[in-house]
Design a protein around this ligand. Structure first.
Ligand code: UGA
Length: 449
């Protein structure tokens, strides 16, 4: 919304939320989320054509177009628990919109939703609006931005996808109205029109394909370790095939983030509901490979350190699910951390952007085995091992010689993001495990994988 406000000074954008503290934060110097470049844009537009308020009803009533961007988490209980998307917030937003609307509205689905949600929402809107003659046109406009690069992604998107009822004139007019907004800065050939269901499904499919690439290269990483190949060399070689492409081929300790796992599970669940068991199983295996990668990493740590990490201080550098964000949703650091604690480790955690409270919340109940630190230096003092969990640039710039001198010996580095100079570390004296790379002779004898 901030980007729309920036690129379209003639459009008045109002962001509403039920939470007063959240809205207060958006109106303050300290935005409630960290995203490079966002502060500047909000600052440039705030109070001009960008407003944040808790006046939900008034703002809906005044709007011509409403973007619904509420949470659609995975259902925790009931039918489809653990797989299906929970649409409670969406439905409640639709009921509010219906109750307060006195004029026609274009409703834009921004939240990632299961295929055919628009149909259900349309029914809720139509049946709950008491004002006569009010028309709701529903569009699907899935968001493809990635955290950490959101501002670049929004300002020059690969594509903008707008789904609507393009088979009828009213539906086409609604799609045109939203195209017009994006046309203020997005080249027209990058604005795609589709029918509603294709747009909804494309969002789930795009995330599933991206995650599948990571699981594929992670599967290769296990094979590389077993055979002495180097996963970075393999991904470079295959990525130069223009049909495959170079992006999203970095092996890692596992993908995280709020979307990949949730969207794949949701996609697989939809397949199951349509009797497509084999298709569902195919997508489940992408999540299965991700879980395997995380538990494989934990096994490597334990077996390398003589099969016992009980009472040992192990430092986790990074906790966010990727660099340049403070977001920890589904971060692999949670599962790896819990796995290490299960084997008795004492975790020291440092992340430049994640708060202590967030780590405590994510690691539920394990806090007596975890200490969080404000600097990496303190976190590393006296540690037996370091696990690189997030690819923050600053980790590459550390004085690893000095770090080595304050650690217990043998000092281990487990690079779950392949960002460090492993040869340099070995020269210093570290025992290095780098995911998907030929295994150190020291580690070779350890059982693992
Ligand atoms: C992802 C998609 O990339 C966006 O297009 C999509 O809009 C978004 O989900 C969403 O649905 O909201 P995001 O979760 O912000 O974006 O982050 P990604 O850059 O996709 O990274 C996801 C995870 O995969 C991270 O844990 C990252 O470290 C990992 N990853 C990524 C790898 O392990 N290897 C890679 O080569 C790339």
């Amino acid at each position: 919304m901030a980007m729309i406000a920036l690129k379209c000074p003639h459009i008045r954008v109002t962001v509403v939320d039920l939470s007063q503290p959240r809205i207060d934060a958006w109106n303050s110097e300290h935005l409630p989320i960290y995203e490079p470049g966002l502060d500047e844009i909000v600052k440039a537009c705030l109070g001009k054509n960008l407003f944040f308020t808790t006046d939900v009803a008034g703002s809906i009533a005044a709007a011509e177009m409403i973007f619904v961007s509420v949470n659609t988490p995975t259902k925790k209980t009931g039918l489809g628990a653990g797989k299906a998307a929970d649409l409670t917030y969406w439905e409640s937003a639709a009921r509010t919109i219906a109750a307060v609307s006195k004029s026609n509205k274009i409703i834009v689905e921004k939240s990632t939703v299961p295929v055919r949600t628009a149909e259900a929402i349309e029914k809720v809107l139509q049946r709950n609006c008491s004002a006569p003659g009010v028309r709701f046109d529903i569009l699907s406009n899935p968001e493809f931005l990635a955290e950490g690069t959101a501002m670049e992604d929004l300002s020059l998107p690969d594509r903008v996808l707008i789904g609507g009822k393009i088979e009828n004139p009213e539906g086409r007019a609604a799609v045109d109205a939203l195209c017009e907004v994006y046309a203020n800065w997005v080249p027209s050939e990058r604005i795609l029109r589709a029918n509603l269901w294709s747009a909804e499904l494309s969002k789930l499919a795009a995330n599933a394909f991206l995650a599948q690439r990571i699981s594929s290269i992670n599967a290769m990483s296990a094979l590389c370790e077993a055979t002495g190949a180097d996963v970075a060399q393999v991904s470079r070689a295959i990525g130069m095939d223009s049909r495959i492409g170079a992006k999203f081929l970095n092996a890692s300790v596992g993908f995280g983030g709020s979307c990949f796992q949730k969207d794949i599970l949701n996609l697989a669940y939809i397949c199951e509901c349509h009797g497509l068991k084999e298709v569902a199983d195919y997508w489940y295996s992408v999540v299965g490979m991700n879980d395997y990668q995380k538990s494989r990493f934990v096994k490597r740590v334990v077996s390398a350190m003589f099969n016992t990490i009980r009472g040992k201080k192990i430092t986790m550098l990074g906790f966010a699910f990727k660099k340049d964000t403070g977001d920890t949703r589904e971060t692999p650091a949670i599962d790896v951390g819990k796995g290490l604690i299960e084997d008795g480790a004492k975790l020291a955690i440092y992340d430049p952007k994640v708060t202590d409270e967030q780590i405590a919340q994510d690691m539920e109940g394990n806090t007596e085995n975890i200490t969080t630190f404000k600097t990496a230096k303190e976190a590393l003092d006296g540690a037996h091992a370091v696990c690189i969990m997030t690819e923050w640039d600053e980790f590459k710039l550390y004085d690893w010689k000095e770090i080595y001198s304050v650690m217990q010996k043998p000092a281990f580095v487990f690079d779950g993001r392949l960002i460090l100079d492993h040869e340099h570390l070995r020269e210093i004296g570290f025992i290095v495990y780098a995911l998907g790379k030929p295994i150190d002779p020291f580690l070779k004898s350890a059982e693992g994988v």
